[in-house]
Design a protein around this ligand. Sequence first.
Ligand SMILES: O=C(O)CCC(=O)C(=O)O
Length: 281
Amino acid sequence: MNSTSPAVAEDFQSELDATFEVTPEQVASYKENGYIKLRNVLNAEMLEHYRKAISLRVAELSADAAPLDQRTTYGKAFLQIMNLWTESPEVKEFVFGKRLARIAAALIEATGVRIYHDQALYKEPSGGITPWHADQYYWPVDSDKTITAWIPLQSTPLEMGPLAFCEKSHRFQIGRDLEISDESEMTLKQALNSFSMEESSFDIGDVSFHAGWTFHRAGANSTDRPREVMTMIYVDEDIHLAAPKNKNHIMDAERWAPGVAIGEVLASPLNPIIYSSRTKS
Ligand SMILES: O=C(O)CCC(=O)C(=O)O
């Protein structure tokens, strides 16, 4: 369901793969703070094109979602639709773009990255807060070379609940065992009290990258428009599956790295390398 001409679609494809120069200062800032917000990474027209494709699949796949007031705090935070790249060839083009993957590899100082999984995170009008948490609590991997690209598909003012980060919190050990919940929000709000929090609006084209252990949250969406966001979780191309330490690790391994044995490189058919400096392109 797309009226984009083949020539324009080809332009989008080459923009998705085009190089974005990451400076040594940006790498240093990411290492220091555990996240970075980069401006003007993606073109607005291209984002609008892929927003339509992503939103279509989100609407189809979330048609049976319960009303907001019947959901948990986690459920109220967003509609969460995972691995859309397996559902739509257009979304696959977006998720497999080398531009963001190359930035991710540069920031985590890896030779290349695989996709762990993607997820659309649509905070509905009147959707609630995203509680404080660190993503890597969920991931059964043996390295912290993991990173999420958070890509708003529209400009995202404070009232819509842009992603907010606790600076330098990727080195903080407390709270790493907490699932996304009212408890994680309450415990981490107190525990992270003495750290600086970065919460600011995103313009269209801005993309943030955060480390697996960086604590982050988002405010509620008090507008009457959905906050439409696509995310890609990348991992070092050489990362291994680790022995599970919690029930989520067992579920994640089965779902996102099927067939991979503990100790093996995370190279299931669901984890292709998206960018690697070891291969030409
Ligand atoms: O979009 C949100 O509200 C939360 C996003 C998040 O937790 C993530 O991308 O890791």
